[in-house]
Design a protein around this ligand. Structure first.
Ligand code: 3PG
Length: 309
């Protein structure tokens, strides 16, 4: 009988650690086969997922003996938390374990887009040498605006400050007297959007945040601002982003998360849009973070199965 079903990629050492003590079924593509998943989970006490597996509906209903869900990441929007709570199923995210990878993605993208020097391969191969066209900007002295000021945003703030940035943030859920505000100016959303050179979104996707960064928000941004979304698709209006970039009303954007993943038909929207970096929801995924996330979740799932958590 299987004890643990793993539906997406997980660090091999962590899978080996689990397999030494439990019967493990690991299929990194199982997230795309919900009918097979529903059959496989019927008797298992533990399920380990990333963000592509929908832990809800038929899958949860079929998983009658489920005790614990290990989440190889932080966001919980792919898990029906209400049903898990009601059924006493423990859900363990890998809080903190992929933070550094996200921070490096945000800072790296910001530097690349501010500098604007890395989109010239085709011209250079064709014999051009566009030296004066590629005079970009430094990150030092720029203002970093964080929309959401949780743990990953605070780490991003710390890295930005080390690079000489000033930092402002919007987060109505972090009280004004919270010590975290020592590292960022506390502003309303409009003020963060209108005064920042680099805007980075760090919010969960909820009914309240859905569509928060829409046409009005883009209209408030500086025309040379850089926008980074490595949080969740759906928070930012993709058509509004494309409109702003095409109209030259935004300096650039790095987008890692999308309303629909993979993009399928929606991908056409982004074709030939200038100063845009698209990545497939990998801001939190590096060799190092995969090791940390997988090790942490494996430990927590084993602890839950053994009555230690
Ligand atoms: O929620 C998260 O932590 C990130 O979106 C990364 O999730 P993933 O590792 O499941 O892709």
């Amino acid at each position: 009988m299987t004890d643990i079903v793993i539906t997406e990629f997980m660090d091999e050492a962590a899978v080996a650690m689990l397999s030494a003590r439990y019967s493990v079924h690991h299929d990194p593509d199982l997230f795309g086969k919900p009918d097979e998943l529903a059959k496989l989970v019927a008797d298992v006490p533990a399920l380990i997922v990333r963000n592509q597996t929908q832990v809800r509906g038929d899958v949860l209903a079929a998983a009658k003996k489920l005790k614990v869900v290990g989440r190889l990441g932080v966001g919980l929007d792919n898990i029906d938390m209400e049903t898990c709570d009601a059924r006493g199923i423990k859900v363990f995210p890998a809080t903190g374990a992929n933070s550094l990878s996200v921070v490096e993605y945000v800072i790296g993208s910001a530097m690349m887009l501010l500098r604007g020097a890395y989109f010239a391969n085709a011209a250079m191969v064709a014999g051009e040498f566009p030296k004066t066209k590629l005079i970009g900007r430094e990150i030092a002295g720029k203002r970093l605006g964080l929309v959401g000021f949780g743990a990953i945003a605070r780490d991003t703030a710390a890295h930005g400050r080390l690079l000489g940035m000033t930092v402002a943030a919007y987060d109505p859920y972090v009280p004004a007297d919270h010590p975290a505000w020592a590292s960022a100016e506390r502003l309303e959303l409009d003020a963060v959007l209108s005064t920042s050179d680099v805007i980075s979104i760090h919010l969960p996707l909820t009914p309240e945040t859905k569509g928060l960064i829409g046409k009005d928000a883009f209209a408030r941004m500086k025309p040379d601002a850089i926008l980074i979304n490595a949080a969740r698709g759906g928070i930012m209006d993709e058509a509004a982003l494309v409109g702003a970039l095409k109209a030259g009303k935004l300096g650039g954007a790095a987008i890692d998360v999308f309303a629909e993943e993979p993009l399928r038909g929606a991908g056409k929207l982004f074709a030939d849009v200038p100063n845009l970096i698209l990545t497939p929801h990998i801001a939190g995924n590096t060799v190092e973070s995969n090791g940390r996330v997988s090790g942490l979740v494996a430990e927590r799932v084993m602890a839950a199965l053994e009555g230690r958590a």
